[in-house]
Design a protein around this ligand. Structure first.
Ligand code: ATP
Ligand code: MG
Length: 584
């Protein structure tokens, strides 16, 4: 409890008083809320003693006092909730903010291995699950402790034999609850949250994969993982519910059956005393007031559960962002030259043993265009991604203009590199904004120029709202090749001195391909280029070609040199020729 609260306190910022204040108000309410019962008791007692007929009784006053106490209690509760909500929203916002801030500082490669469904659940749902705890459960806890304690004191002051009679079932129930709340059940809660997270992630994956699944008629197979996650969840919950069946029934019976213990004692007491009225009035009070204890035990029980959920939630948020952040350059250097050097670079993905890049050295002189080719899985994408620091190298170094990329400030690095991904994404916004992503400060003229250079003019002319057409809205979708050209317009607008291209594996049609090739040529003009070429159309213009196999450079040279060498490139070229003949 303390540990969790301390964690929350960090996110409370400079409003740390809100929560304690709310707890105090709530505890106060725990006492005030009992006052109406006492006034009702006074009324009943007065009525019983006077036979309900005497005129000058203070019953009226008591009634108004009861109402006033009830209203005061409501007001105090309201203030307490106001304070706790202010605290809770603050924590929730700060948690999200800190999670987002850390996510932005994570290596780009991190997003390869974390599904967006999982991240969404953690940032969104876990952050809000702290809300219930801070805004409602915690203040209620203060009242839940103060109220029953007050009641226990009261029932002993008023009539201790009746008090003992009430407490027997309640204490038994509390012992039972203690047994059920054993910390060993926390295992279950962890399993429960994990099962939920898995179900959420599988659902997102499943929905995202539907088109592919349909095409390959693999519905049953792909549904299986999602289905399995649901079944795991169901089994877990069923097992848990069944385990609680008996103790819970017994608990409920004890809690609600206290009156059965009360009646015989009351009869005994009434038999001994001369007048029945005070005993009946007391019993009336006890019947009213004893459930307060039970209800509050229930609340405390839920607190335990919620405390655990909240703690898990905050731990998960912190763990998500616990992934190694890229070390920030201590004395960042500025770039004056844009040649790229790989020196004895080694890289293995976290958690894998094999090197995806294995002792690779080469240099792309400033303004030259180098092409990476080779079999799938050879390590081309990995190699290229090391330049903008998707990941940091495991050994060796990658340098730009002689400066190790680890010593270049992140913004400087990003500003100087245009990276065109294998799978490009347009945002669900206007074309104009999509292009301006490359350089938000660009003038309209620059945007128009980028559109022309990227051969995107005809796409924009065709759309009813031109540049202001929203992608994805109202059924406006672009073909793969068209999207590529818009992305190239974005890169052209950015006009970074270094261009890294991971060529798309398949273009739409020859017409599109031709346009894209033209756009690429514009983009690469005068730039230092590292291009991953999946088809060999582009390699002939390359200043040098690197054949990457098993994370190593298998061959290097110009198109002609490599052709004469009779190695992998020669073979790839022959196959490429064949495929071109086929398509023609
Ligand atoms: N995020 C990742 N985590 C772990 N291993 C990875 C990851 N991405 C790629 N790999 C592995 O690293 C190796 C190199 O992959 P890479 O994507 O660089 O190949 P590639 O040459 O770009 O292939 P392709 O031509 O199909 O695009 C492969 O063995 C691949 O399985
Ligand atoms: Mg690749």
């Amino acid at each position: 409890m303390n540990k969790t609260l301390r964690k929350f306190n960090v996110y409370m910022g400079n409003r740390k008083v809100l929560l304690p204040l709310s707890l105090v108000m709530s505890a106060l309410n725990g006492i005030v809320s009992l006052l109406p019962y006492l006034f009702v008791w006074l009324i009943v007692r007065t009525l019983l003693e006077t036979g309900g007929i005497a005129r000058d009784t203070p019953v009226n006053t008591y009634s108004w006092a009861a109402v006033a106490a009830a209203i005061t209690s409501l007001l105090v509760y309201f203030v307490s909730l106001m304070l706790s909500h202010l605290a809770a929203f603050r924590v929730e916002t700060n948690l999200r903010r800190s999670a987002m801030r850390k996510i932005l500082a994570l290596p780009l490669g991190f997003f390869d291995s974390n599904t967006s469904g999982r991240m969404r659940k953690i940032i969104d749902e876990d952050a809000s699950s702290t809300h219930t705890f801070l805004a409602h459960i915690l203040p209620d806890l203060a009242a839940s402790i103060v109220s029953p304690l007050t009641v226990i004191v009261l029932i002993f002051i008023f009539n201790w034999p009746l008090g003992v009679a009430c407490l027997v079932p309640l204490v038994s129930a509390a012992v039972l609850m203690g047994y059920m709340m054993d910390p060993k059940h926390n295992d279950f809660r962890k399993l429960y949250m994990d099962a939920q997270e898995r179900m959420s992630a599988e659902a997102v994956e499943y929905v995202r994969g539907i088109p592919v699944v349909k095409v390959f008629q693999q519905t049953v197979f792909s549904f299986k993982r999602f289905f399995d996650s649901i079944i795991t969840y169901k089994d877990l919950v069923t097992k848990y519910t069944l385990a609680w069946q008996r103790p819970m029934s017994l608990y409920t019976a004890l809690i609600h059956g206290f009156a059965y213990f009360l009646v015989p004692v009351a009869i005994l007491l009434a038999g001994r005393a001369g007048s029945h009225a005070p005993i009946i009035a007391d019993m009336f009070l006890y019947v009213l007031i004893t459930p307060v204890i039970a209800t509050n035990i229930m609340k405390i029980m839920y607190l335990n559960q919620n405390l655990y959920l909240a703690d898990e939630a905050i731990t998960r948020i912190e763990k998500l962002t616990d992934a190694d952040l890229l070390p920030v350059a201590a004395n960042p250097g500025t770039l004056s030259d844009y040649g790229i050097d790989f020196e004895d670079v080694v890289f293995a993905y976290p958690g894998t043993r094999q090197n995806a890049v294995d002792h690779v050295s080469f240099s792309v002189p400033r303004g030259k265009m180098y092409a990476l080719v080779g079999p799938s899985g050879g390590g081309k994408t990995t190699l290229a991604r090391l330049v903008p620091r998707f990941w940091d190298v495991t050994g060796g170094s990658v340098r730009i203009g002689g400066v190790d990329v680890r010593h270049i400030a992140q913004e400087e690095l990003m500003r100087n590199i245009s990276f065109v991904f294998q799978h490009t994404k347009l945002f669900k916004t206007t074309l104009s904004e999509n292009i301006r992503y490359g350089n938000p400060l660009a003038s309209d003229q620059d945007v128009q120029r980028a559109i022309d250079l990227s051969r995107s003019r005809e796409i924009i002319d065709r759309l009813p709202q031109g540049l202001h057409t929203k992608i994805g809205a109202g059924g406006t979708y672009l073909s793969g090749g068209e999207q590529q050209r818009i992305v190239l317009a974005r890169a052209l607008l950015k006009d970074a001195p270094i261009v890294i291209l991971d060529e798309a594996t398949a273009f739409a049609d020859p017409e599109n391909e031709h346009l894209i090739q033209q756009a690429l040529r514009e983009l690469m003009k005068g730039k230092t280029v590292l291009m991953i070429a999946h088809r060999l159309t582009s390699t002939q213009q390359a200043d040098s070609i690197l054949v990457i196999e098993d994370g190593k450079i298998a061959e290097q040279g110009t198109h002609e040199e490599l052709l004469s060498r009779n190695g992998t490139y020669n073979r790839m070229w022959k196959e490429y020729q064949k495929s071109v003949e086929w398509t023609v």
